[in-house]
Ligand binder design. Structure first.
Ligand SMILES: Cc1cc2nc3c(=O)[nH]c(=O)nc-3n(C[C@H](O)[C@H](O)[C@H](O)COP(=O)(O)OP(=O)(O)OC[C@H]3O[C@@H](n4cnc5c(N)ncnc54)[C@H](O)[C@@H]3O)c2cc1C
Length: 491
């Protein structure tokens, strides 16, 4: 813990990924208590981001083109006004990150721009090659640790909210440091609570997300009565490294941007004839092709052999992961599999992160602002975390302190979690029914089993919400891809 003295209840920011860090920094001079399960954001998805951050900075590129690509990737389910705001703010967000100490990769004086799926031109900035997320988080953590208005506590799970007269006025912090010891709960007063708790990938059997991306913040917001939106839209990354385990290493899309190609088990180009953008088609399209290859004929491989790249400079993370599993991507094909990667749905918010529950805000991946539509465009989520976090923080900095609320307080808790066996079972159910290709029969079966589990843990209650949302959407859209149209559900 560090920071200056705090007068009155601070603003509580939950989550030390890019969204939480940017919100906390921008909220100056309002006192902020920044909490997370990890200590320096090392457990966040933000720190794992490889590809980078999208901004229309290249010659011939434009905000309009960034907007058009975001809408096309999102299957036009996006909120166009919010997409416009995001793309317009991108160059300023990059300049601000540079001012925080992020050194983006350059070719001489010019920024180096890479291409990823769904982008029709090179638009993605990296820092340290594919170590972009780690570099960005490190710079923001340093800035937050220097900021006198921020007090920091790691090793904390937020699992309850306190409401007074319908307004969120505090939260329950549960220590997660002492393994084996009985958890210690501490209720703290707050001038407002910002959930920046990330996504839900860890609820699926195979994910690129860290283990802590379990939807805890989303579940808490739902318990407090916040509205949610688009829960059915879960993006699967087409190229996680196909090795045993739950949280799998990612093989960044930027490798395909640099010329790598997906092959089927017989060595034929997997994406040939499937989409005009081929290997760089939007993620949902490529993920379905890789999923199908896994169902039908021995899976997919990424061929990155012989590329004209400097592995140690441009892809040090992928190289280390592959070598660590005995695969040399410079000379061997890399086995890949789709894995749960990003949640487009979440706590419904307006452009300022307001949830509809007074005093409760959501920002970053846990929120659904409508910007990503039914399928996020690659490298738009770090961008969203920076842009939305800074906007929300600046707005909270100017807001008048909330009035002192009299009246009885009410406490809502996320509730107990599933045991290890229950969680493993739930992950299998969600993956089979809510994966890159869905069927009515699998959704019905998974819903029945998940509802039966719901009393046993909050993760199952959240999964019911996801599966019910999928069951309510009768036609394919973006990442919600149905084998056949569904009869409309009556739930
Ligand atoms: C492997 C990988 C690669 C990616 N690559 C890119 C990329 O190149 N470009 C891009 O734009 N996006 C990328 N993404 C997506 C992007 O990283 C995330 O969407 C984004 O970083 C989410 O940021 P966030 O701040 O909302 O959440 P996170 O970064 O996930 O941070 C969540 C924080 O909340 C904390 N937390 C959660 N629950 C609780 C709780 N109950 N109590 C206390 N703390 C809690 C966690 O400890 C963590 O600190 C990638 C994702 C992954 C997994």
């Amino acid at each position: 813990m560090r920071g200056g003295s705090v007068a009155g209840p601070p603003l509580l920011v939950v989550g030390c990924g890019v969204a939480g860090l940017c919100t906390a920094l921008a909220a100056a001079p309002r006192p902020v208590l920044l909490v997370g399960r990890g200590c320096r954001g090392e457990d966040s998805a933000s720190a794992l981001a490889q590809g980078g951050i999208a901004a229309a900075l290249g010659t011939g590129d434009s905000v309009a083109a960034h907007v058009a690509d975001t809408l096309a990737a999102g299957a036009w389910h996006n909120d166009p006004g919010r997409v416009q705001l995001l793309a317009e703010a991108a160059p300023g967000a990059v300049a601000w990150l540079e001012a925080q100490g992020v050194a983006f990769d350059r070719l001489g004086p010019a920024l180096r721009l890479a291409r990823e799926g769904g982008h029709r031109c090179a638009r993605v900035l990296h820092a340290g090659g594919d170590a972009s997320g780690a570099r960005i988080v490190a710079a923001l953590v340093d800035a937050a640790q220097r900021a006198p208005h921020i007090r920091w506590r790691g090793g904390v799970d937020v699992h309850g909210l306190q409401l007074r007269s319908g307004c969120v006025t505090g939260a329950c912090l549960r220590g997660v440091d002492d393994e084996g010891a009985a958890p210690v709960d501490e209720w703290v007063e707050a001038a407002g609570v910002v959930l920046a708790t990330g996504g839900i990938g860890a609820l699926f059997a195979r994910t690129t997300n860290p283990e802590g991306a379990d939807g805890a913040g989303l579940a808490l917001a739902m318990a407090a009565g916040a509205a949610v939106a688009d829960l059915e839209f879960v993006q699967f990354h087409p190229t996680a490294l196909d090795v045993p385990g739950h949280s799998l290493p990612l093989v960044t899309e930027a490798l395909r941007g640099a010329g790598a190609r997906l092959l089927d088990a017989s060595g034929r180009p997997l994406m040939a004839g499937r989409h005009p953008q081929g290997d760089l088609a939007p993620r949902d399209v490529v993920a379905r092709a890789v999923w199908q290859a896994g169902q039908e004929d021995g899976g997919a491989r990424l061929d990155a052999r012989g590329l004209d790249i400097e592995w140690a400079r441009d892809f040090p993370t992928v190289l280390a992961h592959c070598l660590g599993h005995g695969i040399d991507p410079r000379t061997e094909l890399v086995p890949v599999v789709p894995a749960a990667h990003f949640h487009m749905g979440g706590v419904a918010t307006d452009a300022l992160g307001r949830t509809g529950v007074p005093g409760l805000h959501a920002v970053g991946e846990v929120a659904c602002t409508g910007v990503h539509g039914a399928n996020r465009l690659a490298s738009n989520s770090l961008l969203e975390g920076v842009v939305s976090g800074r906007r929300l923080g600046a707005c909270l900095a100017k807001a008048a302190p909330p009035p002192v609320r009299a009246g009885a307080s009410r406490r809502v808790l996320r509730g107990p979690g599933l045991d290890a066996a229950g969680l493993a079972h739930l992950r299998r159910l969600l993956s089979e029914a809510g994966g890159p290709v869905r069927t009515a029969a699998a959704l019905e079966a998974a819903l029945a089993e998940t509802r039966a589990l719901a009393g046993a843990g909050w993760q199952a209650e959240l999964a019911v919400g996801i599966l019910e949302a999928a069951r309510r959407r009768p036609r394919s859209l973006g990442t919600h891809w149905l084998h056949e149209p569904l009869a409309l559900a009556r739930t």
